[in-house]
Design a protein around this ligand. Structure first.
Ligand code: MV4
Length: 505
């Protein structure tokens, strides 16, 4: 087993990895930028090294600096977390060159599965359902148009170099194809420096359901079940849960088997996630592979009882997966919300600043993966994720009740947070029925909230009486002697009058 691990990340995921190492008796080395000097992942580490200024490209993205720290501190392994360099094949290569173990897949597996079209080609070879369309970039728009006519509209043009919803363009009809193709290609060139686009049948309002896979270096690959991630805002996951409200045991087996076939075909080792789109008839289609541990991994941990970070470390150290895991069956229901320092009343803009007070919820079935503490200042330089709040219960209903109770206990002052967004989501009937698609949250947020209250009976009359009273008050005031216009009565007085009116029959 490793003696000392470098955690090449920050925030809650760095703290999460740190905790797994500590439980395994492995020493921890954190890295930090100047603004992260007092961050939790620095305070909790055995050693911590400054690697540069706030800008990620000068600190957390600097592979040379990470390798210097790994050598200087005598680390024998490195965990990338998620984001930053976690899916950059240059990092495992640099680790191999530096003689330290990368806790994740090989650079080759990353490249074989990481890109959209490479992943789709691998999926087809592994007999994994993919969305009908092309898996190669469109060279000849006439051929692509003919394919679109055969598939039937609407179709979707996707930039090869795109991601997270960027570089997608729906083509509603054949008449719109050529102009859409030209626009998509020029947008892709401007946004990603790569004009290539491919074509897919457009699935209307799909679900996003992903499978967690775990593969050791000895050829074993298992599925740890699914995560429902359809509650997204602008392609960012907001609420994740396991198991999915719509996945049956039969569908879970089929999707799990497909994900494992894909992992094996790609020579995948360590933790990975195979993302699928699922349509209203519960047909599933491969979307892409994430060759890293994901933000939402805790919901899988809560229903399987496994520690995925410890398993990643064990796999990287060459250990075999115990064969018993094929008997894993999810127990209970887990749901995660991502708590951000952002202002829901100001288009969810980041709301950095000093945390004046902070009390995290606790109690039955509540887990907090936190990266903050009272008195710490949330920097403006990074994704403002504060903590993840995960609730577990014996049923989806109990889990939602626990999550709502925990959100009510979550108290933080000094910064704005998105807690109110979750309080709202957890009261929405469609969400409570589990009837969610990837477009649901954006549609919900487009609706006025709170919905304008319907006028109460008698409101009209009361308003007329109030106006009459006001005018009579004005005319009395400007009776003989009084020529000056009177100031409007205070709103409080008007409110008092209105409330007096309320009791009118
Ligand atoms: C699609 C799709 C419908 N049909 N592909 C969005 C970003 C990337 N993850 C893929 N995405 C989609 N691809 C076809 N052929 C709908 C989406 C989509 C989506 C997918 C997953 C999660 C959130 C989404 C939000 C809007 C659209």
């Amino acid at each position: 087993m490793f003696r000392k691990i470098l955690i090449a990340n920050r925030g809650e995921i760095a703290v999460r990895i740190l905790r797994a190492c500590r439980e395994l008796g492995i020493q921890t080395v954190s890295v930090y930028s100047e603004v992260d000097r007092t961050s939790l992942h620095v305070l909790l580490a055995d050693e911590a090294y400054l690697i540069g200024p706030a800008a990620s490209r000068e600190s957390y993205l600097r592979i040379d600096k990470l390798m210097d720290v790994a050598k200087k501190s005598g680390c024998d392994a490195l965990h990338p977390g998620y984001g930053f360099l976690a899916e950059n094949a240059a990092l495992p290569r640099a680790c191999t060159d530096a003689g330290i173990t990368f806790i994740g897949p090989s650079a080759e597996a990353m490249e074989a599965m990481g890109s959209k079209t490479a992943g789709k080609q691998l999926a087809r070879r592994a007999n994994v359902p993919t969305v009908p369309g092309t898996s190669d970039p469109i060279e000849n728009p006439e051929d692509a148009q003919a394919l679109a006519q055969n598939m039937g509209y609407p179709v979707l043009l996707k930039a090869i170099a795109g991601g997270g919803g960027k570089g997608m363009r729906v083509v509603p009809s054949d008449a719109a194809f050529r102009s859409a193709w030209r626009d998509a290609a020029s947008e892709a060139l401007n946004a990603f420096g790569d004009p290539r686009v491919f074509l897919e049948k457009y699935l209307i309002g799909p679900r996003h359901i992903e499978i967690q896979i775990l593969a050791d270096a000895h050829g074993r690959c298992v599925s740890l079940g699914e995560r429902e991630c359809s509650v997204q805002r602008r392609h960012q996951k907001v609420v994740e849960e396991a198991p999915s409200p719509v996945v049956t045991p039969e569908l879970r087996r089929k999707m799990g088997d497909a994900a494992v076939r894909l992992g094996r075909a790609g020579g995948y080792v360590n933790a990975g996630t195979v993302e699928f789109l699922v349509d209203a008839d519960l047909n599933f289609y491969f979307l892409e592979v994430n060759t890293r541990l994901q933000v939402e991994h805790p919901v899988t941990e809560q229903v399987t009882g496994l520690d995925l970070v410890k398993l990643q470390i064990a796999i990287a150290a060459g250990h075999r997966l115990p064969f018993a895991w094929e008997t894993i069956t999810p127990r209970g229901h887990a749901m995660e919300v991502r708590l951000y320092a952002e202002d829901p009343d100001n288009s969810f803009f980041p709301s950095p600043g000093k945390i004046i007070s902070f009390r995290a919820p606790t109690g039955p079935g509540i887990r907090i993966d936190d990266g903050v503490y009272e008195g710490w200042t949330v920097p403006m330089d990074y994704d403002p994720l504060l903590s993840k709040l995960i609730a577990w219960g014996n049923s989806r209903e109990e889990t939602i009740a626990r999550l709502r109770r925990a959100l009510d206990e979550y108290t933080i002052t000094g910064i704005r947070t998105n807690v109110s967004l979750f309080r709202r989501i957890l009261t929405e009937p469609e969400f409570l029925r589990g009837e969610i698609r990837t477009t649901w949250l954006d549609e919900m947020l487009a609706r006025p909230y709170p919905p304008a209250a319907p006028p109460r009976p008698g409101t009209e009359e009361a308003a007329l009486i109030a106006a009459a009273l006001w005018h009579s008050a004005q005319s009395n005031a400007s009776a003989p002697g009084g020529t000056e216009p009177q100031p409007a009565p205070s709103p409080w007085k008007m409110e008092g009058r209105r409330q007096q009116m309320d009791h009118l029959p």
